[in-house]
Design a protein around this ligand. Structure first.
Ligand code: RFL
Ligand code: PHB
Length: 397
């Protein structure tokens, strides 16, 4: 049996696990990462693309932002559209200069993986964590399989950064938390296309045919989404149908959607999931292992990285100052911020998706919310500060 020893055993090389490993190393704390998938798989997995100001600051502070600075695209605002009418939300102006950056999640994962391995640190690919043991003692273990062999990672603490389907949350004693869930009656069909973006800001749109989002990955690659039914299949969405729906739903007078070859098409269901306790003994959950938000607020990856901040505060307190206060308060600190993101993601989801027949009471409420954005700077500022992400200090009350 393969035996490895480290201070913090990390399950999952997604944004949460990789950020945690780097941040701990900067504080002189060792860790080893176990990742179920291959390096090629995690570096090619197309997911998020929107980085909040806090996330950008964290990556830069860790000295891992050099490619992001070159290739990421900063946005000072966003367009919100309703029935073909648009409002502009100027983030920087409404939040004292905070903004978002568009940079693919798989690029973040690639940068962090490259840096970790270049520094000679340990990350086992195609290593499946199968069991978490003794997390109520001060010598917990992660049992895993790797290259056909069984292994055990002995550590002081376990960080389960293993996403929604991982073993971390499943290992938490059922009586230690309550779960909260919403399953939305719609999904997103997302595409990547080799075409220059048609807008210099992202566009979120409500249309009587359903929601649409225009995003981008670079000067030559666009990322777009349309709302579809939960039982929809990509086979029913020819490229022509995708472009025609996008053009209809995003349309405003004078706007022209550029079309190009589509090279990726996939459907993502929409759900909100929460649990109200993120730790049990020496087992800690971070990122999608602990919560899921619908992607309408662009918060998932940002929340994963923000959870890590609180976990690092706790572990640094423990190792450097022999103080467990921040570790003990991990759940409380993280949940305050996560619920804020849940609320914002839910708000954006409810505002822009077609939920009921066009023209009914629900629609009138959506329209009233949109009209309020046109009328009120305070309402626009609320969107702006949530979208770019509130500074960490805001949550310390
Ligand atoms: P991840 O990225 O899922 O990583 C977890 C890792 O754990 C591994 N794993 C295991 N390893 C070893 N043993 C086991 N037993 C294991 N079980 C699992 C997995 O292989 C995986 O590599 O979780 P993390 O780090 O918490 O990161 C969360 C983000 O990936 C996620 O929240 C975002 O992608 C969500 N999201 C968005 N977030 C944003 O911040 N901005 C966006 O614009 C945004 N857009 C999106 C999104 C997610 C989407 N999809 C496809 C769900 C758009 C979409 C369409
Ligand atoms: C993306 O670029 O993939 C993206 C942007 C904003 C969102 C969701 C996804 O709200």
């Amino acid at each position: 049996m393969k035996k490895i020893k480290t201070q913090v055993g990390i399950i999952g090389a997604g944004p949460a696990g990789l950020t945690l490993a780097h941040w701990l190393k900067r504080n002189g704390i060792s860790s080893v990462i176990l990742e179920l998938r291959s390096r090629k798989y995690i570096e090619g997995r197309v997911r998020a693309g929107l980085l909040e100001q806090n996330t950008v600051d964290i990556l830069n502070d860790m000295g891992l932002g050099s490619r992001m600075k070159k290739e990421g695209i900063e946005h000072d605002g966003v367009f919100l559209s309703f029935d073909s009418e648009r409002v502009h939300i100027p983030f920087a102006e409404l939040t004292g200069g905070r903004r978002i950056t568009i940079y693919g999640q798989q690029e973040v994962v690639k940068d962090l993986t490259d840096a970790w391995l270049d520094q000679g640190e340990e990350l086992l690919f195609e290593a499946e964590a199968t069991k978490i043991k003794d997390f109520n003692t001060d010598h917990p273990e992660i049992h895993f399989t790797h290259e056909g062999e069984d292994g055990v990672l002995e550590c002081d603490f376990i960080a389960a950064c293993d996403g929604f389907h991982g073993i971390g949350r499943k290992t938490m004693p059922k009586e230690s938390y309550r779960s909260y869930d919403i399953t939305y009656p719609f999904s997103w069909l997302g595409i990547l296309a080799n075409v220059a973006p048609s807008s210099d800001e992202l566009i979120y749109a409500y249309h009587e045919n359903g929601f649409a989002l225009h995003s981008l990955r670079s000067e030559v690659v666009s990322r777009l989404y349309v709302q579809v039914d939960n039982d929809e299949s990509v086979d029913n969405w020819s490229d022509d149908r995708v472009w025609s729906e996008l053009s209809t739903r995003l349309g405003t007078p004078g706007f022209e959607l550029k079309e190009g070859p589509i090279f990726e098409k996939g459907i993502t269901p929409m759900r909100s999931h929460m649990i109200d306790n993120l730790k049990s003994g020496r087992l800690f959950l971070a990122g999608d292992a602990a919560h899921i938000v619908p992607p309408t607020g662009g918060k998932g990856m940002n929340l994963a990285i923000a959870d890590v901040k609180h976990l690092v505060d706790g572990l640094v307190g423990f190792y450097k100052n022999n103080d467990t206060k921040d570790l003990d308060n991990y759940t409380q600190m993280a949940l305050r911020r996560i619920w804020r993101a849940q609320d914002f993601s839910n708000y954006m989801t409810q505002l822009f998706h077609k939920q009921d027949e066009h023209g009914t009471f629900t629609y009138k409420l959506q329209k009233a919310k949109f009209d309020y954005l046109k009328m009120s700077t305070a309402s626009r500022a609320t969107i702006a500060e949530n979208y770019v992400g509130l500074p960490f200090e805001t949550y310390e009350f």
